[in-house]
Design a protein around this ligand. Sequence first.
Ligand SMILES: [Zn+2]
Length: 176
Amino acid sequence: MSCEEPGCPPGPLERVLPPKSGSDELLRCRACGALYRTRHTYEFLIPGSYEEDTFWRLSEDARKVITEIVALPARRDELLSTALRDPSQEIADCAALIFWGAACAGESLPQSLVAAAEAHPASSPHGLNQSYRGLLEILRRGPAEAAAVGAALDRARALGREHVYAQTLRSALARR
Ligand SMILES: [Zn+2]
């Protein structure tokens, strides 16, 4: 895959955050800074199954927000807590992917927990699944993190924005 930015010399794209994300990736052109997303969709159907890989260049608005989150690790938690609630599905979904990757990388994300535990109308099912995976990763770290995820789920429910995977997360908490 190479850069599709008009006027950009075609060059290889490098992987940016997250370091671990299955087959969904965030990629950047080293020459011009354009950002790209890949998304792998798999649906188990009877009969057969459905698989699709998509690849697209992020909008300019999303590029600005996501570049900042990637470039500023010290502010990542704060920036993610806002971006996860962004009315743009592209931004909210990229934030969920980064949240998941940062959670897998062991980053501390206390400010983002409530935003990740909320079901946003703008998020796609894909984005909700990735924020769920990030929360699951964090709650497995230990008792303090599990308690923080539980509190975030309670807060989201109190706000009337319960996550579609809240019940699964609560089951994981109960099994600890
Ligand atoms: Zn480029």
